[in-house]
Design a protein around this ligand. Sequence first.
Ligand code: SF4
Ligand code: SF4
Length: 380
Amino acid sequence: MSKRVALVSHSDYELRGLKYAIERAIDLCGFDLKSTTGKKVLLKPNMLGAYKPSRHVTTNPQFVMACAMIFKEAGAIVSVGDSPNGVFAPKDAWALAGFDDVCKRLGIAAASFEGAGSRNIGGIWISNAALDADIVVNLPKFKTHGLTVLTVAVKNMFGCVPGMMKSKYHRENPDRKDFAELIVRACEAVKPGLNIVDGIVAMDGNGPSAGGFKELGIIAAGMDPYRIDAACSKLVGLDPFEVDTMDAAARLGVINKDLDFEVVGDDIVEIRDFELPSTYTKRRRDWAISRFVLKRIWNNVSSKPKINVDVCVKCHLCVKACPVGAIDAESPGTIPKIDYKKCIECLCCHEVCPHRAIDIVPSFLVRIGRALVRLNRRRR
Ligand code: SF4
Ligand code: SF4
């Protein structure tokens, strides 16, 4: 497998220029487009939920369109698919994200991840839509993530778990390290053949759905999702193994901690003003404290979801999304309440709230940790 990660500088979603830039990135990373002729190619964007492209939560539909055109021209049998967070009807998410339009305009199939059935691969259920493709082309959005720090290529493969099964895995794996290992297992089960990252407008702050927009102007492409994530982490000033999925992959022996990669393409300098999620705490590695101690002081270092009553529209999507039933609404039309004794801090509610009404409130210790990390980053 090629160790190359291609970085191409590109600043907008105008189709013609975008297609050219993506073709260049594919070529630079060493992927042979001709190898896809006659093959079933599944494009797997990030379709977290029913969000308009202007929210930059999902992979931009023009990005998906450009990729679909490239693979169609190469003679591949192209389809597009993803499974949104279980509380969203896939049809709604599909239409609002603009992927419906892409499929109709190009006459390509929209793969139903829920309708295709699933198989258990290495202990995780994966949609047959992904498993039966000859090549999965991973099209992640470059975003921060409250649980894993970043979501790029590896985390995007968790969308191959169909529907509510994702919530079940959250419930069964409350420890973020266990959950990150599960994501790596999903990535290993699917093994995307190519990864092309939409980092033109990324999301920083409290992603993956309520962060800020960040015009990074970057397209990254490569055949190895771990090398892609490593390169993207470094771009925003992170040690790759501070990203939970990368750390989990090393723990599972999927990659080594000395993972090397060759960056080709445009000269892109480290982005210094990329805001990390409030849950990010470098102390996890800097202080090397044991899990036993960590558990004891967890209440002081954790970040909890909090409903902003001024913004909440009482849609109760968060109630449905909570895998452990920690959010309750007395009746329709009331603001839900979070039972912090039950909460496992999976942040699914924060992820699904379409109105950014769930804040992540860091504890006092976390705030101190973040200030120290910022100071440290400025000094570097
Ligand atoms: S917090 Fe968000 S998801 Fe929950 S009821 Fe309010 S608006 Fe809906
Ligand atoms: S309240 Fe939110 S963070 Fe807590 S368990 Fe439920 S979905 Fe997860």
